[in-house]
Design a protein around this ligand. Structure first.
Ligand code: BES
Ligand code: MN
Ligand code: ZN
Length: 521
């Protein structure tokens, strides 16, 4: 696990193998390159041999956003062995996302060079508080250092820890002369918790489907519960039958690995004031592998369908963070886990199935399985918890991926205020939650001629028709649906995302819950 230390002394006094120096681009044409560095840094660089100033002098490094230049100490026995100048562009355009990218890049550079100890100089900016900067830097670091290498056998001890592989061990965040050290430390600790929640989600999503069938996903949820003090219950087999989870069972019946319904509960509302917020439910699609079933998918790219439980992973990651942050509110995480496989017992196109809510569904495509397992989960949430608000997360449709790409999660809702809350929370975390439409016409497409609903419509507006199907199972509960089909995987445009699972939405969910708590104060 990476250790993060907040320091307030001058960067020159802190030994490190890599010191990252954020640099804004010149405000005026007349600014000299050296003017971009503080006096203390110029002094430090001069002691190291002056190569950072030489890089600036050459004109190669103009501090454009994301530009970097690594220089080396030429003096023997120097405290700092490398300097990385990192361009942030014009100071007035700074975004927190730029700082996440800076720290993510620093972490990756350190990992690539097998470095253990680095330090990052905090930026001084009027745009954000130093706490907000510390939060963003911490997030970028923890997320950028992540790698999924548990199946690499070279040069590694057996049974490595689950998270934070690689060489990087210790990072000093330097806020020279800062006064609010306790606040800074709190921000760093909170960001550590949420980012580790996101890395947990990535680990779960990256896990191959043979290593993570529904029962193992349930075991992981139980482990998180044990470690963080959440309550956990898992329904399976006869309990699902008795509970009427007919849609979840239909999806899972073609697989040797039986479906599981996971309930994680954070009982954080200990006083009347926090009870006023009401219960919040987070619901995740947990398809541990989506072959498409009898309506089988083409083989190209099918391997990525091991991450069709990324909604579930986000819920489990967020619940871990919510518990560790001890947020004073009642939050319930629900996961409908199943494997969608073809086979002699699989459900078929043309079947009519029931659901927990009692609605009948004609199966027109066994590959539209996510909405089926979510239908039972949403109904369970409403029925058991009468939540004040409910959010589901799912890698639900290829259509949403086509519409928004890797850049935004589609956000559908029956409640404008909730949709806006999520957009705002996403703005703050750098995870775009883009509002998408839900019209009565979308529901019309999902009506069956022989049952109450059918599970697939036409190609047009495929993400909206899927959301319209879900809406039939939430009653009057304020609800939002996040389609993370495009954002859940890869994301090379953000340096703090390595290829594979992104763990998207964990930080936004935590932020949303925190915002609900604050509104109540
Ligand atoms: N899990 C897929 C959606 C998906 C596709 C997620 C690509 C991530 C990347 C989902 O179960 C699915 O197969 N959806 C179908 C629905 C259709 C049959 C109505 C789709 O989008 O094609
Ligand atoms: Mn599918
Ligand atoms: Zn799926």
């Amino acid at each position: 696990m990476i250790k993060l230390i907040v320091k307030t002394q001058s960067a020159a006094e802190i030994p490190s193998e890599l010191l990252v120096v954020p640099v804004f681009s010149p405000a005026k044409e007349t600014d000299t390159p050296q003017g971009l560095l503080s006096k203390a840094l110029i002094k430090l660089d001069t002691e190291l041999g002056g190569s950072a100033q030489a890089a600036l002098q050459s004109g190669d490094f103009k501090a454009g956003l994301g530009q970097r230049s690594v220089t080396y100490a030429t003096e023997k026995g120097a405290k700092v062995t490398r300097l990385m100048l990192y361009g942030l562009g014009p100071a007035e355009n700074l975004e927190l996302e730029d700082l996440r990218n800076l720290a993510g890049t620093a972490a990756q550079e350190a990992q690539n060079r097998k470095i253990a100890k680095i330090s990052i100089l905090g930026v001084k900016t009027r745009r954000f508080s130093s706490e907000a900067c510390a939060t963003a830097l911490t997030e970028g670091l923890v997320l950028g250092a992540y790698r999924y290498d548990r199946y690499k056998t070279t040069g590694k001890k057996k049974k490595a820890a689950l998270q934070d592989h690689g060489s990087l061990r210790q990072v000093s965040l330097i806020f020279e002369g800062a006064k609010k050290i306790t606040e800074l430390r709190n921000s760093v600790n909170q960001a550590l918790i949420t980012s580790r929640g996101q890395n947990l989600a990535r680990d779960l999503s990256n896990a191959p489907a043979n290593a993570l069938p529904p029962a193992v996903l349930a075991r992981e949820a139980r482990r998180v519960a044990r470690e963080t003090g959440l309550a956990c219950r898992v329904l399976k087999g006869a309990e699902l039958e008795r509970g009427g989870f007919e849609a979840l069972m239909a999806v899972g019946q073609g697989s040797e690995n039986p479906p599981q319904f996971i309930v994680l509960e954070h009982r954080g509302a200990r006083n009347p004031k926090s009870r006023k917020i009401g219960t919040l439910c987070l619901v995740g699609k947990g398809i541990t592998f989506d072959s498409g079933g009898i309506s089988i998918k083409p083989s190209a790219g099918m391997q990525d369908m091991k991450h069709d439980m990324s909604g579930a992973a986000a819920v489990i990651g967020a619940m871990q963070a919510i518990a560790e942050l001890r947020l004073p509110v009642h939050v319930v995480g629900l996961v409908a886990a199943a494997e969608n496989m073809p086979g002699g017992r699989a459900y078929r196109p043309g079947d009519v199935i029931g659901s927990r809510a009692g609605k009948t569904i004609e199966i027109t495509n066994t590959d539209a399985e996510g909405r089926l397992v979510l239908a039972d989960a949403l109904d369970y949430a409403v029925d058991q918890y009468s939540p004040r608000a409910m959010i589901d997360l799912a890698t639900l449709t290829g259509a949403c991926m086509i519409a928004l790409g890797e850049w935004a999660t589609g956000c559908f809702a029956n409640d404008r205020a909730l949709q806006e809350e999520l957009a705002e929370a996403g703005d703050e975390t750098g995870e775009c939650m883009w509002p998408m439409p839900l019209f009565p016409d979308h529901l019309r497409i999902m009506k069956s001629s022989i049952a109450d609903l059918k599970n697939s419509g036409t190609r047009e507006a495929g993400a909206s028709t899927a959301a319209a199907f879900l809406k039939e199972f939430v009653g009057d509960t304020p609800w939002a649906h996040l389609d993370i089909a495009g954002t859940g995987w890869k994301s090379p445009q953000n340096s703090y995302h390595s290829t594979g699972a992104t763990g998207v939405a964990v930080r936004t969910l935590v932020r949303w819950v925190e915002d609900r708590v604050q509104q109540n104060e």
